[in-house]
Design a protein around this ligand. Sequence first.
Ligand code: BDP
Length: 710
Amino acid sequence: ENGIDAWLRYAALPCEIRKAASVPAGIVALNNTETSPVYTAGQELHKGILGILQNDLAVTSTPINGSSITIGTVDAFNSAGGALPELDLKNDGFWLGIKGDSVQIVGQNERGALYGTFQYLSMLAQGNFTEVGYESNPSAPIRWVNQWDNMDDTGTHGSIERGYAGPSIFFAEGLIVEDLTRVSQYARLMASIGLNGIIVNNVNANVNLLNSTNMAGLGRIADAMRPWGVRMGISLNFDSPRTLGKLTTADPLDEGVIQWWDRIAKQLHDHVPDFAGVLVKANSESQPGPLTYNRTLADGANLFARAIKPHGDGIVMFRAFVYDNTINETNWKADRANAAVDFFRELDGKFDDNVVVQIKYGPIDFQVREPVSPLFGHLQQTGSVVELQVTQEYLGQQCHLVYLPPLWKTILNFDMKVDNQPSLVRDIVSGERFNQKLAGYAAVVNVGTNTSWLGSHLAMSNFYAYGRLAWEPTSDDVSILEDWTRLTFGSDRTIIDTITKMSMESWPAHENYTGNLGIQSLTDITGPHYGPKPQSQDGNGWGQWTRADATSIGMDRTVWNGTGYSGQYAPEVAALFEDIETTPDDLLLWFHHVPYTQQLKSGKTVIQHFYDAHYAGAAVAQTFPKQWEALKGLIDAERYDEVAFRLEYQAGHALVWRDAINDFYFNMSSIKDEQGRVGNHSWRIEAEDMELDGYTVIAVDPFETASGFH
Ligand code: BDP
């Protein structure tokens, strides 16, 4: 198996289990228009039941005699005369009723009917034939993915920024690809986990997407995804009126610029009548934006909001990721973590009602551990969308197993205590806490043409779980994982236990062998964001600093003595982080600058914790290949081998991480490891101790990974 069907394989259940199913006589999809998600649902059900139960059921669009699975909207059921229970469905929600061989799948809208169908198929595929009758509603209206796909130039395949699974499924040679098979397969995966929107191109947007050939191409992409209930939107480049439109300015208040965007919005709507909206990265990392023209970020967002408003219910997702990546480190008070609140605090209430602000989960950038972005507590009159990352940019780039939901849940369950009221992030992004109509979830996914979608079979649990959590953020991360495992690899207990154990150990292990105590991912900040490079942390313009020196480490972000960042939280939360005694150990170095000998709550010193944690984390990664061996023969050889290869690599790379980081801080602090491990590589056979024939000595970067440190 090559992974192309991900968790939608519909593998046949063993015969003895199949026998327990009461199979309905046929499928009724109450809409026979081929572009309708209800029609899609009927076809999918046919395919699923054929695979799982080996029954070839006919699909019709009119009620049949005898038992059936009937799929439709509430309205369609009512007009077909079907008896329904009292329902209170939200947009996209569904009712699933299974009684004997009669199944009702009722969507509040067509998309909801498709989601209910996937839910039913997921039960069948797991051999779960329970009789049920329940409603399910999504936690939030916006449940999108972001792709960071580039258009690239003629002659090249569409590369993907921070994508690790080959070139784009959308773009090649500066155009939209002809064959959109993979695009509709992607939409199918999205629909199966309740995702309803996609931004197809990189936030660092190429203006050529707006030329007339590509606009037509966008129409084709939207057509391919529509039957799956997935709406398409795009990222825009703020300077397009100048660079593409040849105007002299991109000032959001300039009449010519306004008209130019109005025209573009109309053309987009002509090609994509259900256009989902635009994502805007402005005044960030050298991207242009309204501040360039002395206008506010709200002026910039509203420019697009007004252009698309006349053409339907599309929205503007304006990113809060606004900062200057040439921050001067000599300014002791400069702190990139402050940027989002500094820029947006005064703008609450200034955005049009079709704008939402898309906020990365932490104030820096998808690090292995960050506190929740304080901006979630500041926007009360504008909806917030939390931006997560499925693509493991800073977390091993799919070469390391890191199951992310436990990290995401620390964010979603965090209580911002705004105005002394319970204010969980998940209730803010559901729209409930501040009574917002528009709010929700976006994840950078970055699938590519590789048949495994993400370049790693196990990484797909993160994609699956993302959809499940956006639908219901209180879902248990272990049971989501177990569902995914059963659907992806089968129901054998050893498979489920092994994958669950490894996955649940993976984020803590990764944090331990990379960057712990809130010091962030000590990776190569200046480029690939891969592998250890602690020496790149300070002295860079990105503001990802550790302030490490010979005696002490950590960013002082307190109000009383540091950059003032902790004061961006509501008073109760701010007080917690302001005080070193109440700051949790895992964020200590995020908020405080302390001597290496500072004692943690565990009783250990900071430096000894570093040493021990790096050993402990790497030791866990060492067990992964062995744990995986238990699956040999229980799953297909192709996926077994591909996963084994990556786990073996991870086990080795975890050692590289461990030794690079420990040696680096040992060299810097000169404090010995109590257990005598760090800096002692007597067990290693160094290159210089060998007789080498035909080799030349080269400088290795990072230097600590080299034999003998050079
Ligand atoms: C950083 C990525 C960069 C993105 C940027 C963003 O390294 O490639 O363009 O975020 O989110 O994490 O805009």
